[in-house]
Design a protein around this ligand. Structure first.
Ligand SMILES: Nc1ncnc2c1ncn2[C@@H]1O[C@H](COP(=O)(O)OP(=O)(O)OP(=O)(O)O)[C@@H](O)[C@H]1O
Ligand SMILES: [Mg+2]
Length: 365
């Protein structure tokens, strides 16, 4: 049985906003789940319902065999870290971590031992006597994490806990969170709208859109086997190149064709027999999604010759911008090759990795 079970969970705010629509979700004990989705898709609302801070309009929440749908927040044994560091400015670090334990009537020596232990895990032992104002953003965030850990809750909720940190610190604190999770095994739901953060942290990602779950899966599934065009567009930096095309087989080769401003344009996707899943869709209109990294510079001039418009070196890889199928496409090539704008190169697409969607419904074909 699932450790946490959301059954048709629904939230309509008093003003009529439907924020979460009949959400079904099962989570195993110890999983690190990431809710990922654009602003306003219902991530915070779902967390607040789990924490008991928001009344549920419909459906139920069962945690570890107990229906907690209508329980008061303190009866749920759930900890929550918010976007703003919820550390108390008038308390030292040690008092911040120990306070929730004091509320739970834990004895002083036990509190001191617990504070010592989590401070060590979080690497903040040296700051226990300081006030939050005497800490850096990253250190404060660690205090918030330490406090949540100290309580040993059944479920740990984190709502964009890293969003106030600068880019570099975000990456280091997220590695730290992953280490902590590996050690503590705490069942965690982490909210973010940063897909790179989601991919780095999650055992499973829940992609949300408009109050509904779009897809649930491992990072690999969510990235490579998108159920919907929404997910394909949302995941990936730079994002996937997307175009409505007609698929055809011409001389044993798979050709994606479209109408360009100056007449028909096409992209050769390679030998049809090398990609049977795609070849079976020949003869119909599809929405084609091609991730920048599945295009490479080919060896055969004459196939997909394109002129490079922009070269953006990134050190480990280089992003090229070129006009493909009469749209501005991004191509990601390894390393820092010697390429100049204006150069014409042949391109090859790894057809086994392209994704096709129904142009009407946006669902995977
Ligand atoms: N108290 C409220 N009353 C009415 N509508 C609300 C309330 N809180 C949130 N909403 C609406 O509910 C929807 C979901 O909001 P929510 O805060 O859950 O989104 P989110 O996914 O957390 O977004 P973000 O990434 O911006 O934090 C939005 O349309 C929002 O405007
Ligand atoms: Mg939110």
């Amino acid at each position: 049985m699932a450790y946490l079970n959301l059954d048709k969970l629904r939230k309509v705010y008093p003003n009529g906003t439907l924020a979460v629509q009949d959400m079904d979700l099962e989570i195993r004990q110890g999983e690190f789940i990431v809710f990922l989705g654009p602003s306003g898709c219902g991530k915070t609302t779902t967390l607040r319902m789990l924490a008991g801070l928001e009344q549920v309009t419909g459906g139920s929440i069962v945690l570890d065999g107990r229906d907690i749908t209508d329980l008061a927040p303190r009866e749920r044994n759930i900890s929550m870290i918010f976007q703003s560091y919820a550390v108390w400015p008038h308390m030292t670090v040690a008092e911040n971590i120990g306070y929730p334990l004091k509320l739970r009537k834990m004895k002083k020596p036990a509190i001191a031992a617990k504070v010592e232990h989590v401070a060590q895990v979080c690497g903040i032992t040296d700051y226990l006597g300081r006030y939050p104002s005497q800490l850096s953003g990253g250190q404060r965030q660690r205090v918030a994490v330490a406090r949540a850990l100290a309580v040993e809750s059944k479920l740990s909720l984190m709502d964009e806990p890293l969003s106030n940190l600068d880019a570099k610190l975000r990456v280091s604190v997220r590695t730290f969170l992953k280490e902590i999770h590996r050690e503590s095994g705490a069942t965690t739901i982490f909210v973010t709208h940063d897909q790179s953060e989601a991919m780095a942290l999650a055992d499973r990602i829940v992609v949300m859109n408009g109050g509904q779950i779009e897809q649930i899966g491992s990072t690999r599934d969510i990235y490579n086997r998108c159920d919907s065009l929404f997910t394909a567009q949302f995941m990936g930096t730079p994002p996937a190149n997307i175009k409505n095309v007609a698929l055809q087989i011409v001389g044993g080769r798979l050709i994606a064709g479209a109408e360009g401003k100056a007449g028909p344009v096409s992209l050769d996707l390679g030998r049809a027999d090398a990609a049977p899943d795609i070849a079976r869709l020949a003869g119909r209109g599809v929405c084609l999604a091609v991730r920048p990294e599945i295009i490479r510079i080919g060896s055969r001039a004459g196939i997909n010759d394109v002129t490079i418009d922009i070269v953006e070196p990134q050190g480990a890889y280089t992003i090229l911008v070129a006009r493909i199928l009469d749209s501005e496409w991004k191509v990601m090539v390894e390393g820092d090759p010697d390429l100049e704008p204006g150069l014409t190169v042949p391109l090859e697409v790894d057809a086994s990795r392209i994704m096709l969607f129904d142009p009407e419904s946006g669902r995977r074909l």
